[in-house]
Write a protein that binds this ligand. Structure first.
Ligand code: MN
Length: 129
């Protein structure tokens, strides 16, 4: 199953990302809060995670750290979604355990290709797991 997780508190942002991922054949799980994201990762083991950094409650940095605490989650790619103003925090994002980041605004036409490049998938590859 090509299950992926989007941690995003903004509904409009989620809708756009969800549209692009669904169109590419992914089953999309959605967490609006970091705490729920951690729980979903542990339960569902998604293929990859898109992580908004600005979240109510614990932020994307803390959420990433909590996900990485579990040995079983060390290899799940986590891609941070960052506002441009936060680009100075890149080191913090990577140090927390994110593999890469994509800057907002999300481009629904190219985001899946960007993700596949980051996780090392060919666009036409079918990663059943
Ligand atoms: Mn946000």
């Amino acid at each position: 199953m090509r299950k992926v997780l989007v941690v995003e508190d903004n509904k409009d942002n989620f809708k756009m990302t969800n549209y692009a991922l669904t169109r590419a054949g992914y089953e999309v799980l959605w967490a609006e809060r970091g705490e729920d994201g951690v729980e979903l990762v542990n339960r569902e083991r998604p293929l990859f995670i898109l992580m908004d950094i600005n979240l109510p409650g614990i932020d994307g940095i803390e959420t990433t750290k909590r996900i990485r605490e579990s040995e079983a989650n060390r290899d799940i790619p986590i891609i941070a979604i960052t506002a441009h103003a936060m680009s100075g925090d890149r080191e913090r994002i990577i140090a927390a355990g994110c593999n890469a980041y994509i800057e907002k605004p999300i481009d629904p036409i190219t985001i899946v290709e960007q993700i596949h490049k980051i996780i090392g998938l060919q666009a036409d590859e079918n990663p059943d797991r």
